[in-house]
Design a protein around this ligand. Structure first.
Ligand SMILES: [Zn+2]
Length: 695
């Protein structure tokens, strides 16, 4: 999976404590469920086929708050208990025999299944989707929290036929039954329970096919057909690159990607069925600023590293996240060039060095390490390993590892053992330095960057000269500037040394017409010199939402007499999916004296309306921020805020809970929120009542 905010150092919270059953092997699971979205109920059955390896008296399944209606073993009722966490079946089972275990159940999952848009009156925004990693599939299906139990699952899902149902495996048929449609999916290979997934909603599908003939389905909302190309750009290239680079065929029958609203992470690599945040659905302009390519490649790489070969437990999490991050970087290197790859390694090295300098460095074998360690230090470790043993050995080792542990589980030691076997190297020193040590060896990383990357070699030279030389800064910069063609190096120079650049030099950069360099100027600028006014104004016409957002604000602040002109120039631009430009524009329009006085009320209504739950939490959060700073909150905003404190996204929940606490410190808001109690639902009331009493 991939976290949205890497810099938050999210702790991996999915260290499983599931019990392992080594005397039975669950081979197949036939799931048939029906979903009632309005009551958030899942009803159905699962039929497991299990092989007994050694005689046992009990068999158990993880089942969080699941009500069992009936449990049958080999078609006969059997003694069971269900304590709300585990279903235990009591029966003496003989070795080397195969049994069937049928469970009929209902569930009202509090997590792992999310129901969106079923209570508002917006047509077409209804969704149901799952998130198994860290949330446990056993909330909606009696299954296995233990990742080492791999089962071949086939899903039947019955639902209203006006929606699309998507799940792991190949769709083998649909059938109309009792006013519902049943979608039947077939898997051919086993997977861990946390990788089971389904998505329901209003979707269209565009099918492409890999070089090797694997169908790749690109799902999108019906209104987003024009965004399919920029959103999914390079999908086939990445897929084909992985099959070639890894050298082991894609392990599953097909591959699907489905955007969903208010997702918990950037993306999640369910088997053959990646679910990702619809904030990555974007147009061509947004593509230059930030795009889905990295997340796309990351989740796809997990199909081998995580789904095909799965960690035994959290202490081998490097095998998932480090590998997915590394292979995604390789895909980006293939698409965007070698220097792009090294700049990303450099940026992550800087972050890791900061962590290390604060004495907060973490070992990759620590199951409680942060995402920065698992992802970025993990990718660095693989880069170094490949360098040390050579590309050919590295690839051979990876192939052996995948072949040996495919559809099974592995530990870091299994991986290292396989690499040593293939290459004949002793990897003890590597293992200690990169996997066991907590410190990030920045000096080693820097040496590698200097040796392998022309850009970084130059950049470190500039840094050094700027520190020790007595020459004028700009003359040092210019000397290097004139010898490089790298856009990324030039952008980095602008961002790092903006204040040392003369107006003449800035003018030259403006004239390059290069969107990336001009964006670096927009981001770095503070005070805008009068002599370059028209140059800075010209940035408002660039094809970059970052540039436009930065400059609309900075121009509005720097040249108060021209505010109307800037607002007119950017009227109607929405920006990213979080509507960054539109929300800024509305706020500035309201703050600009005499700007369209007849429309002021409409603009306020629009801005204020964006806190509503019908919008994605990214939009809502921005709206709360602007309203808080500029205008204050209406009663409806306050109700939306209390609603948001119960949101399933922890980032948004945390933001809105903090904001609510701040408001409650002010008497005016305390009184108003107190007065709104009658309009709150039970859950909201429970949350807020404590706060109103305790203070
Ligand atoms: Zn991941």
């Amino acid at each position: 999976m991939k976290y949205v905010f890497l810099f938050l150092l999210v702790q991996s919270s999915f260290v499983a404590f599931a019990q392992h059953q080594d005397k039975v092997d669950f081979i197949h699971g036939k799931v048939a469920i029906q979903i009632a979205p309005k009551t958030k109920t899942i009803t159905g059955s699962v039929a497991y086929k299990l092989k007994v390896l050694q005689k046992v008296d009990t068999v158990f399944l993880d089942a969080q708050n699941i009500n069992t209606i009936e449990v049958k073993l080999n078609n006969k009722k059997v003694e069971t208990t269900n304590n709300g966490e585990t279903i235990v079946v009591y029966k003496r089972l003989k070795a080397n025999k195969t049994y069937t275990l049928d469970i009929t159940y209902t569930a009202n999952p509090k997590q792992a299944v999310y129901f969106l848009g079923w209570t508002d009156d917006v047509a077409g925004n209804e969704q149901v989707w799952t998130q198994g990693q860290g949330k446990y599939t056993s909330h909606w299906l009696p299954s296995f929290d233990d990742m080492t139990e791999k089962v071949e699952y086939d899903l039947d899902i019955s639902f209203n036929k006006n929606y699309e149902v998507i799940a792991n495996g190949a769709l083998v048929g649909t059938k109309e039954l009792d006013g519902l449609r049943k979608w039947s999916f077939n898997m051919e290979n086993p997977m861990s329970s946390y990788l089971l997934a389904f998505v329901i909603g209003d979707y269209h599908r565009k099918e492409i096919v890999s070089h090797t003939g694997i169908p790749i389905d690109l799902y999108h909302y019906p209104s987003d057909s024009l965004l399919v190309e920029p959103t999914y750009r390079y999908t086939k290239e990445i897929f084909d690159f992985f099959e070639k680079e890894i050298g082991v065929a894609y392990p599953w029958q097909n591959y699907k990607q489905i955007p969903v609203r208010d997702f918990l992470y950037a993306g999640m690599e369910n088997t053959g069925t990646t679910v990702f945040s619809d904030s990555y659905v974007m147009d061509s302009i947004a593509f230059t600023d930030r795009n889905y390519v990295n997340v796309n490649a990351h989740e796809m790489a997990h199909q081998w590293f995580g789904d095909f070969v799965t960690e035994v437990d959290g202490s081998s999490h490097w095998l998932h996240e480090g590998f997915a991050t590394y292979y995604a970087l390789l895909a980006e290197k293939e698409l965007f060039g070698k220097e792009y790859y090294y700049w990303k390694l450099y940026e992550s090295a800087i972050q890791l060095q900061e962590l290390s300098n604060k004495n907060k460095g973490e070992a990759l074998i620590d199951p409680k390490a942060s995402s920065l360690t698992f992802y970025e230090k993990g990718a660095w470790a693989l880069h170094v390993l490949k360098y040390q043993i050579g590309e050919e050995s590295f690839r051979k080792g990876i192939q052996q590892y995948l072949k040996k542990y495919g559809f099974k589980n592995a530990t870091i030691d299994d991986f290292i053992g396989e690499m040593e076997l293939v290459t004949g190297y002793d990897l003890g020193i590597f293992r200690n330095k990169w996997l066991v040590d907590q410190e990030f060896p920045f000096d080693v990383a820097k040496k590698i960057l200097i040796r392998e990357s022309e850009d970084l070699n130059t950049f470190f030279k500039i840094q050094r000269e700027m520190m020790i030389s007595s020459m004028a800064n700009e003359s040092i910069i210019k000397r290097f500037w004139n010898t490089t063609k790298s856009e990324m190096l030039k952008a980095k120079i602008i961002k790092t040394y903006y204040k040392s650049l003369s107006q003449d030099f800035l003018k030259e950069i403006f004239e390059t017409k290069n969107v990336v360099l001009r964006q670096a100027l927009a981001v770095s600028a503070g005070q805008l010199p009068l002599d370059l006014k028209s140059e800075y104004e010209s940035l408002l016409g660039d094809d970059s939402y970052i540039t436009i957002e930065e400059m609309l604000y900075k121009l509005w602040i720097n040249y108060p007499n021209e505010r109307v002109k800037y607002l007119n120039k950017t009227k109607g631009i929405i920006g990213f999916s979080n509507k960054n430009i539109r929300l800024l524009w509305l706020s500035l329009a309201l703050l600009t004296k005499d700007f369209e006085p007849n429309n002021t009320n409409d603009y306020y209504v629009e801005l204020s309306g964006y806190t509503s739950p019908v919008y994605s939490y990214e939009v809502r959060q921005l709206a709360f921020q602007f309203l808080e700073q500029l205008i204050g909150f209406s009663d409806k905003n306050l109700l939306d805020l209390v609603d948001a404190t119960q949101h399933h996204s922890w980032q948004f929940r945390k933001y809105t809970r903090t904001l609510l606490d701040q408001l409650l410190e002010k008497k005016e808001y305390r009184d108003r929120i107190g007065g709104l109690r009658v309009k709150l639902n039970e859950e909201e009331l429970r949350y807020i009542s404590n706060k109103l009493i305790s203070e």
